[in-house]
Design a binder for this molecule. Structure first.
Ligand code: MRU
Length: 345
């Protein structure tokens, strides 16, 4: 199944990003020619989703080195400054740090020849992009088997082509299942407060003509109670080495509903989302975002002025609620620790 839009595109001298803040109303592609611009795009959610921000950061580093090389400045220093700036944009998705680290490792092996180094770093960033695309396709092939031949699948947030180099993780699995002839209907959680479900997932699935129904997050329990959900599948921002999963706020609630109603809860994520340095849930840093996202709806105030707000962008689902983790190398089943270790051998 072909995806009909591009989230991220590298032109050779700039990064093009589909502005996800204004979807579905407007399809606007913005051009970024500096690392600072890319960092702002990540911070302000022009580009979002764990793998996508990793890919964007890799190209941001190329842009920093490119501008240093053109200006006759030391490229290694420019790389270091940009890596720090890009790494400070969002704290939870580990793919961002994974991509920066991969580029840093690449950079440390390069000669001091500026032009040759720039070309090598560009090749590395393109590889990060292409490998993510391939990983998503592979996850689709592995994960499609888990979904019912016919039935309804719930997803939360957006783990689609918009959140990755293309095709998607959780939505990639759904795309592959549909392409294989399964009759899947998708219930899309709206995903308050940023509305990634309503604005992005509903848009993506509709564009691909995959049957879907939008619900607000608080309607999911009723659907489970009515026996209308046969599986749930989400993406991840960081997976600890024991299988605990950080993902968009509200994911934990979906996992608990799955457990109570004996419905499988699947997570689809590439290896770049697994953080072996994190032992469990407690060590995953959770981004807290501006309270305005909660007090306002589409730019309009919906809560009293001065109200105190708590706005964590992610929650953590303990591994015991996860039925399987779909990776590009295959499907992992509980207990996850051993399989996760084996994935990196
Ligand atoms: O705040 P966001 O929109 O960047 O959060 C995105 C998610 O939580 C996704 O589910 C996750 O990054 C997986 S994307 C393949």
């Amino acid at each position: 199944m072909r995806v009909t839009f591009r989230t991220i595109e590298w032109t050779g001298d700039a990064l093009l990003l589909l502005d996800q803040r204004i979807l579905p109303g407007r399809e606007t592609v913005r051009r970024y020619a500096t690392a600072r611009g890319v960092a702002d795009a990540i911070r302000t959610m022009v580009v979002r989703g764990a793998p996508a921000i990793g890919v964007a950061a890799a190209f941001g580093l190329v842009l920093a080195v490119r501008s240093a090389v053109r200006g006759g400045r030391p490229w290694r220093e420019a790389f270091r400054t940009a890596a720090e700036m890009l790494g400070a944009t969002r704290p939870t998705a580990v793919n961002l740090f994974w991509a920066i680290e991969r580029m840093r490792r690449g950079a440390s092996m390069l000669s001091d020849d500026p032009r040759e180094s720039l070309r090598a770093l560009e090749r590395e960033a393109v590889a990060v992009y292409e490998e993510d695309l391939a990983a998503n396709r592979a996850m689709g092939a592995h994960g499609a088997k888990l979904l019912p031949r016919s039935g309804s699948v719930l997803t939360h947030c957006n783990a689609g082509a918009l959140a990755t180099a293309g095709y998607g993780t959780a939505l990639g699995v759904i795309r592959a299942a549909v392409a294989a002839g399964k009759r899947i209907h998708v219930y899309v959680d709206e995903t308050r407060p940023f509305l990634q479900g309503a604005r992005l997932t509903a848009w993506e699935l509709s564009k691909d003509k995959i049957p879907c129904t939008l619900i607000t997050d608080n309607m999911a329990a009723k659907l489970f109670g009515d026996g209308k959900i046969h599986a749930a599948i989400v993406g991840a921002d960081r997976i600890a080495r024991n299988g605990d999963v950080a993902n968009k706020i509200g994911t934990y609630g979906v996992a608990v509903l799955c457990r109570v109603h004996k419905v499988p809860f699947y997570v689809a994520a590439p290896r770049s989302t697994i953080d072996l340095g994190v032992r469990s849930v407690k060590e995953i840093p959770i981004e807290e975002r501006n309270g305005r996202e909660v007090t306002h709806f589409m730019g309009r105030r919906v809560a009293p002025d001065g109200i105190r707000v708590y706005n964590p962008a992610f929650d953590v689902t303990p591994a015991r609620y996860v039925s399987a983790i779909v990776t590009e190398k295959g499907v992992l089943f509980p207990p996850f620790s051993r399989d996760i270790r084996a994935l990196f051998r």
